[in-house]
Design a protein around this ligand. Structure first.
Ligand code: ZN
Length: 193
């Protein structure tokens, strides 16, 4: 997605073909100024409804083992095939953020987790998503390769494969998680490696 350009209304170019028609009546939308709106938007010339285009939420976890290692998957699907990322996916319309993160983690790793805290919230405008990353405790299950992964592996904090991480948002989430781990160690009077 490095070649993404931004077009109508700030949309990434790949998104434009998906929002060409009115969701209410099916007519082709037009783009421009609308009374009462602070920016130009897509709207329907037939039924006058405005089509708001917003980012979607991606729910992810950083599952942490009893040894303090973080579980990552090597992606078996595009984008970023073959690179490492935390488990996650799109939040469904009928689930809470925590439930979605748990479901996606189970689907992609075979691990049942319990979200503990939000590590961070990250925008990725090229993909029109917002990514939430939870630190999560592993409750049960066995790490497995699944339909969407080539490999599932736990990494010690000093063994994270930084150069092979799939997304900038994953790098940011792992960096923020690591900062929390290190400051906790300091807090307990331990040494920081
Ligand atoms: Zn319409």
């Amino acid at each position: 997605m490095s070649e993404v350009r931004f077009g109508l209304g700030g949309m990434p170019d790949w998104l434009e073909p998906m929002v060409r028609f009115c969701q209410r009546c099916g007519s082709e939308l037009t783009f421009g100024a609308i009374e009462g709106e602070e920016r130009d938007r897509l709207s329907c010339p037939r039924c006058n409804s405005i089509s708001y285009v917003n980012p979607r939420l991606v729910v992810t976890t950083l599952p942490v083992t009893a040894q303090g290692e973080v579980v990552l998957i090597r992606r078996g699907i595009e984008p970023a095939y073959g690179k490492w990322a935390q488990p996650g996916g799109f939040l469904e319309i009928d689930e809470t953020v925590e439930a979605g993160a748990v479901r996606e983690t189970l689907e992609e790793t075979g691990l049942l987790v319990e979200p503990i805290r939000i590590v961070g919230l990250y925008s990725r405008v090229q993909a029109a998503v917002v990514v939430v990353a939870f630190e999560a405790r592993i409750v049960s299950g066995t790490a497995a390769v699944t339909r969407e992964s080539l490999e599932t592996r736990a990494f010690a904090a000093d063994a994270i494969p930084w150069r092979e991480i799939a997304f900038e948002t994953s790098v940011r989430a792992l960096t923020d998680w690591l900062a929390g781990v290190l400051s906790n160690r300091k807090g307990f009077g331990g040494t920081v490696g």
